[in-house]
Design a protein around this ligand. Structure first.
Ligand code: GAR
Length: 192
């Protein structure tokens, strides 16, 4: 059973998809805890599934590194095999990325290296792209620069709003993320 800690900042629909998958006893993954940098709405999903949660707010620390140390302590407390950034909107400090090397992945709503950063869907529309998608990648010390594990394209429809396009991306993303985590658990995907 692969033990996973998920970090979120928002609505947590990717987290919810993973939690629903774990209801199947044959699914080889256990969500051990869910963490956030704020009082995110998605933490309610974890509470519903009676999963431990933790919130470590960067504003309460003097430096990013000090924030990272406490975040890392909370993550390590649950001894995860894998840490999944699922809509976690803060950049992790180097000390955290290094400590979790080989067991840290992120999901991002574009076909990286196109449109990295916090506004990937908006940026794709602003660039006049005709397609975008989802990337699940290893996390390194850069912003959305880690090695790609898997990608899936989503076609942009004429007149798409940011919300409409992001929701269509998320439909693809949720399925791809759950499948990828399952394949990591089954060692069909090797992160090292
Ligand atoms: C997801 O689309 C995820 O890829 C994106 O935030 C959304 C979170 O949705 N992450 C980023 O943009 C990171 N750069 P959710 O809270 O409903 O799972």
């Amino acid at each position: 059973m692969l033990s996973v800690v998920v970090l979120i900042s928002g609505s947590g629909s990717n987290l919810l998809a993973l939690l629903k998958a774990t209801e199947n006893p044959l699914f080889p993954v256990k969500v051990s805890a869910v963490g956030s940098d704020k009082d995110a709405a998605g933490l309610a999903h974890a509470e519903l599934f009676e999963i431990d949660t933790f919130v470590v707010q960067p504003e309460r620390f003097e430096s990013r590194e000090a924030w990272g140390e406490v975040l890392l302590k909370n993550i390590n407390h649950h001894q995860p095999d894998l840490v999944v950034l699922a809509g976690f909107m803060k950049i992790l400090p180097t000390n955290v990325v290094r400590a979790l090397s080989g067991r840290l992945i992120n999901t991002h709503p574009s076909l990286l290296p196109n449109f990295p950063g916090a506004h990937a869907v908006r940026d794709a529309l602003a660039a006049g792209a005709t397609s975008t998608g989802v990337t699940i990648h290893k996390v390194d010390e850069g912003v959305d620069t880690g090695e790609v594990i898997v990608q899936q394209e989503v076609v942009i429809q004429p007149g798409d709003s940011e919300e409409q396009l992001h929701e269509r991306i998320k439909v693809v993303e949720r399925e791809l993320l759950v499948k990828t985590i399952e394949e990591i658990a089954l060692r069909k995907i090797n992160l090292i």
